[in-house]
Design a protein around this ligand. Structure first.
Ligand code: 5GP
Length: 122
């Protein structure tokens, strides 16, 4: 798999505001936050999209949600709630091809998540 900006963040080739790290995952603040709290939880293993998750990856991918909830508790917004999102490919709005769980908090989220432009394409 080709290198992405996220593999370079894992290897510290480019800087990021890292808030958590363990042997399987890294969490860092999104460079273009869409909520007062917006960070990404990524696997250290580069997996391009949700479609590329193999059976062997199930533990590490589940771990991303575990880390999201752990950080939500530690940061004090678990009880009020938050949004996690993993985008897949073009229609999902994915721009970096190394899977990542967005964690957005401290803002009341709406539903559905699509824009009016996307609605107009139906
Ligand atoms: P996607 O659109 O693939 O679901 O989300 C990619 C996210 O990565 C975006 O929210 C974008 O702001 C964030 N991002 C892209 N490049 C960088 C970077 O160099 N550093 C950080 N911290 N976030 C990035």
């Amino acid at each position: 798999m080709s290198e992405t900006i996220f593999t370079k963040i894992i290897s510290r080739e480019i800087p990021a505001d890292i808030i958590y790290e363990d042997d399987m995952a890294l969490a860092f603040k999104d460079i273009n936050p869409q909520a007062p709290v917006h960070f990404l939880v990524i696997p250290k293993k580069p997996i391009a999209t949700i479609n590329d998750i193999s059976e062997d990856d199930r533990l590490v991918v589940g771990h991303l949600s575990f880390v999201a909830a752990k950080l939500a508790t530690e940061m004090g917004f678990a009880e009020e709630g938050y949004r996690t999102v993993m985008n897949c490919n073009e229609f999902g709005g994915q721009t970096v091809y190394h899977i990542h769980l967005h964690v957005l908090a401290k803002k009341l989220m709406g539903w559905p998540p699509y824009t009016n432009k996307a609605k107009a394409l139906e």
